[in-house]
Design a protein around this ligand. Structure first.
Ligand SMILES: Nc1ncnc2c1ncn2[C@@H]1O[C@H](COP(=O)(O)OP(=O)(O)O)[C@@H](O)[C@H]1O
Ligand SMILES: [Mg+2]
Length: 557
């Protein structure tokens, strides 16, 4: 019974993947059909060539002229080559377009999904899904599906041609069909399992490489070079183990298939030879048969060989669909607010995991234009509260609203971020120039605006002292400048936005006290005055704030 339920569920899933694939394929269908038609023409031409060669042999043995036929044969060869090359070229371009189409769509889904949901995946895993899995799907649709149709048509054309000339031989050529069908059915499910494991181990392998490269300093500081290499080998072994198992299965089934093919060929060949000796068929028919039996049997084998690829498409489609099913932020028109924005948090309860609440029934009010410090011990939920205000979470209990200066209330949501500006905890700079980093806060920021923001962030002087100023290139995560300098650039990126609500999450933790005070004074000097929320552990900051909010024991203290 449970087997049946599993089977039914599996079948329903396959149907969803199939529909998903069909939806993706739709825009490319005309070009896929074009490739198919070109391939079909090649198939028909090659069968035509077999028939022409039959006539050449029969005419030659009968002492007739064969020049015209030879000419036709040569023309067909050239046409076949031209069509074949054309179809290869079109396939190549189409494959690239198709895989990028998937990548772009999934990339868009990722950037529009709730941050918290997407962060459950390792970036290495996301990369694997975006590159390798999307590539598998594209190759599958652009090459495998047309190949299957082509093989099917090849088979039908060859079979019916043979049936026309010699029905008995046509049926003899078919004897391996049932064996191929049986092997395919048995293999399908096992292969799907193996394909999924291959992609998962690939993701783990890539994640490890990516992470250890990004944290090379940690690897070296703890003298973990050997350990890291060992881990790399382990992950490679794990990945190779699955690749090996999958390939072994494909190769083994290919061997069985090939053996039955050989057997069937010998039987059919013997049958043909006997028919020839008893004069039931001509030499021409025998030669046609020798060509066609190949074209009847090899598509059967070819079709069976496509099964692992089809399975791979489905396994990869499942992994890509997984990302597409993530809850997306509601796409609303961005809200631009004039003046300062206050925050009204009402009975908010939230936990990253279902049972473990980080915040419980938290309420707080921050008036427009207020300058508030949020304090509390490490790990208590300060960053979490900010993430809720920024609408990075897909679900929480209670309500969060923004309050404008006129006393109006606006519900929190992704569309509000246009009016907010945030310095996240930790180093969040991109590789590239300082100018590019600051412009992320405001894409069309002018030179004056950037300089103003740098001055408020107490970063102007050090940036100007750099040999290339704003055009200084910094590495990943601010490599090449100090932690404190990186923080000040992140602050400038935040301030250039001229937002109604500014949030600093331990944004000044690496600054010396004087520079920190300079930044706070910069914040106070902004006009018109925005609302400021700063998370800090420094008591020296508190005198600059209107008041402090303490988070304690999942509540506002
Ligand atoms: N992405 C996450 N997934 C699961 N738990 C998290 C996540 N981020 C933070 N937490 C947990 O939530 C609690 C509050 O974290 P956080 O808000 O970052 O604290 P802090 O007050 O230091 O900013 C901590 O116990 C932490 O382990
Ligand atoms: Mg924090």
């Amino acid at each position: 019974m449970s087997n049946f339920v599993n089977w039914a569920k599996d079948w329903r899933n396959q149907k969803t993947y199939f529909e998903w694939l069909a939806e993706y394929t739709k825009p490319y269908l005309p070009r896929i059909i074009l490739i198919l038609l070109m391939d079909l023409a090649v198939t028909l031409l090659s069968t035509g060539m077999a028939i022409v060669s039959k006539n050449i042999i029969d005419k030659a043995t009968g002492g007739n002229h064969i020049l015209a036929l030879l000419g036709a044969y040569a023309t067909m060869i050239i046409l076949t080559l031209a069509l074949d090359m054309g179809s290869q070229l079109i396939s190549l371009v189409l494959d690239e377009k198709f895989s990028f189409g998937i990548r772009k769509q999934v990339y868009e889904q990722i950037v529009h999904a709730y941050w918290m949901e997407i962060k459950r995946y390792h970036t290495g895993d996301l990369m694997t899904r975006l590159t390798s899995d999307a590539g598998n799907i594209a190759d599958g649709i652009i090459y495998t599906v047309p190949t299957i149709i082509k093989l099917g048509i090849q088979f039908l054309v060859a079979f019916f041609t043979m049936l026309y000339y010699q029905p008995v031989l046509a049926l003899v050529a078919l004897i391996m069909g049932p064996i191929a069908a049986l092997i395919s059915i048995v293999l399908g499910r096992k292969l799907k399992y193996l394909s999924t494991r291959v992609q998962e181990s690939e993701a783990a392998y890539r994640s490890f490489i990516q992470e250890s490269m990004a944290n090379l300093l940690v690897v070296k500081s703890f003298a973990n070079e050997e350990y890291s290499t060992k881990r790399l080998v382990e992950l490679r072994d794990e990945r190779f183990n699955w690749v090996y198992k999958r390939s072994r299965m494909s190769i083994f089934s290919g061997g069985v298939m090939s053996l039955s093919f050989q057997t069937a060929y010998i039987i059919a060949f013997t049958f043909g030879a006997i028919s020839l000796s008893s004069n039931t068929i001509t030499y021409g028919t025998m030669s046609l048969f020798l060509v066609l039996i190949n074209r009847i049997q090899s598509p059967i084998i070819g079709l069976a060989q496509q099964i692992p690829k089809i399975v791979q498409i489905f396994a990869s489609a499942e992994r890509v669909m997984d990302l597409e099913n993530l809850p997306l932020e509601e796409q609303k028109e961005a809200v631009h607010v004039e003046g300062a924005l206050g925050v009204h948090v009402e009975n908010v309860t939230f936990g990253y995991e279902e049972k473990e609440k980080v915040l419980e029934d938290v309420s707080l009010d921050i008036k427009p234009g207020e300058f508030v410090a949020i304090v509390g011990e490490s790990g208590i939920g300060k960053t979490t509260l900010i993430r809720l205000i920024m609408s990075f979470m897909s679900h929480y209990g209670g309500n969060i609203n923004f309050l404008n200066e006129a006393g109006g209330s606006i519900p929190a949501g992704a569309e509000m971020r246009q009016s907010l500006s945030y310095v996240p905890q930790g180093n969040t700079l991109f590789s590239g120039t300082i100018r590019e980093n600051i412009r992320m806060g405001k894409l069309d920021a002018t030179e004056e605006e950037m300089i103003e923001a740098l001055k408020m962030a107490a970063a102007y002087e050090f940036v100007m002292e750099l040999p290339h100023g704003l055009d200084t290139v910094i590495g990943e995560r601010g490599h090449g400048i100090s932690e404190g300098q990186a923080q000040r650039i992140a602050i400038a990126r935040c301030l250039v936005r001229k937002a109604s609500l500014i949030i600093f999450d331990e944004a000044t933790s690496s600054l010396d006290p004087d520079t920190e005070i300079a930044v706070l004074k910069g914040l106070e000097s902004i006009s018109p005055k925005p609302t400021c929320i700063i998370i800090t552990h420094r008591l020296s900051v508190l005198p600059y704030c209107d008041r402090q909010i303490k988070i304690e024991n999942k509540k506002i203290g």
